[in-house]
Design a protein around this ligand. Structure first.
Ligand code: ADP
Ligand code: NA
Length: 331
């Protein structure tokens, strides 16, 4: 089994990123049988499909890597690297560009959503983004790729590219399967439960940042929107109470239990009792992460060394497949 997954380097990571993405990676790493490989990369090449501020891209890559390490990604058990330091991603991307069809890419809903009616003025990179994603996983003969709902179509495309390449030039690539892990929770804003918790929300009170100190975490939870009712015994009872449902979802995700298990514990209690319990749990989980993160951000050279080591190990795994693909097309 070989799992490959990437995430764009961004700054100011928050609780939604942790519970919705990073924690899933850590669980995947911890579940990997001995001898199998987990490759996690920071998609800094993908970031170039939108305008970037060079100094920020560089800093975000380091900060994202530090965050992953602080959250439990263990470089002894997983290979952590940034895409740009493994040039085979770019090399294979170009080769696969000869196989991918314009029509296939034009049908990608993410392209259509992001480009809208302004496709002509978008970067070529935004259009060919899914070809680079295909290269990211085919390069390692990935067997499993964790995908959220929004990425399923891109994984299908990677499989279509692999099938056509294998048919045109001979068997070269493994067809990756989607890795359906336990559904990642979707964490909503603490101020407006109809919007997801996001770094781009102008209200800092809407999210818990991974760098927030304990008092800030507790105060944001205390001030989070809720309602005056007691908690019901089952999740069905939260259907019309998005704020309450969000806080229960956060508790469940932090505790690693189901929302129904949380409600079994707190049924009948109001937010006067539930919020302090949630704040304690959030602080207990996030405080050690923040302390590790702070230490890593004070020692960026150590983080860069982890990424360099990861890139070297990834390059070794990538080399035979890139060579096979080059040979297959006659390069
Ligand atoms: P943001 O919305 O803050 O810009 P990104 O789009 O950079 O976050 O997302 C990075 C990763 O974190 C993705 O895998 C995404 O699915 C996950 N993620 C982001 N926000 C949330 C959220 N509110 N709840 C659950 N997962 C989230
Ligand atoms: Na985003």
């Amino acid at each position: 089994m070989r799992v490959v997954s990437g995430i764009q380097p961004t700054g100011n990571l928050h609780l939604g990123n942790y519970l919705g993405a990073i924690k899933q990676w850590v669980a995947m790493q911890d579940a990997m049988p001995e001898g199998d490989d987990c490759l996690f990369f920071l998609a800094d090449l993908h970031a170039l499909s939108q305008p970037v501020i060079p100094a920020e891209l560089n800093a975000h890559t380091t900060e994202m890597a530090a965050t992953l390490l602080a959250c439990g990604i263990d470089p002894k058990r997983a290979i952590l690297f940034n895409q740009a330091r493994v040039p085979a991603h770019s090399a294979l991307h170009w080769i696969l560009g000869g196989t991918a069809r314009m029509g296939w890419l034009g049908r990608m809903t993410q392209w259509k959503d992001k480009a809208g009616k302004k496709g002509e003025s978008q970067s070529v990179g935004l259009f060919t983004y899914p070809v680079l994603q295909a290269a990211d996983v085919l390069l390692y003969q990935a067997t499993h790729v964790p995908v959220g709902e929004d990425q399923k179509q891109h994984l299908e495309l990677a499989r279509d590219i692999a099938v056509k390449f294998n048919t045109d030039y001979g068997d070269t690539f493994t067809l990756p399967e989607p890795f359906i892990s336990k559904a990642a929770p979707r964490i909503m804003s603490l101020r407006d439960a109809s919007a997801k918790m996001s770094k781009s929300d102008p209200s800092d009170a809407s999210r818990i940042n991974l760098v927030d100190d304990d008092d800030t975490i507790a105060s944001k939870i205390r001030k989070a929107k809720s309602d005056a009712d007691g908690l019901p015994g089952e999740v069905a009872g939260l259907a019309e109470r998005p704020e309450a449902r969000n806080l229960v979802t956060i508790y469940a995700a932090l505790a690693g239990v189901t929302p129904d298990a949380v409600l079994a514990q707190f049924a009948g209690q109001g937010f006067g009792a539930f919020k302090p319990a949630l704040a304690d749990l959030a602080v207990a989980t996030l405080s050690p992460i923040r302390q590790r993160l702070t230490a890593l951000l004070d020692d960026r050279a150590a983080v860069s060394a982890v990424l360099a080591d990861g890139a070297a190990r990834a390059s070794v795994l990538a080399a035979p497949t890139l060579a096979a693909a080059q040979a297959a097309v006659g390069l």
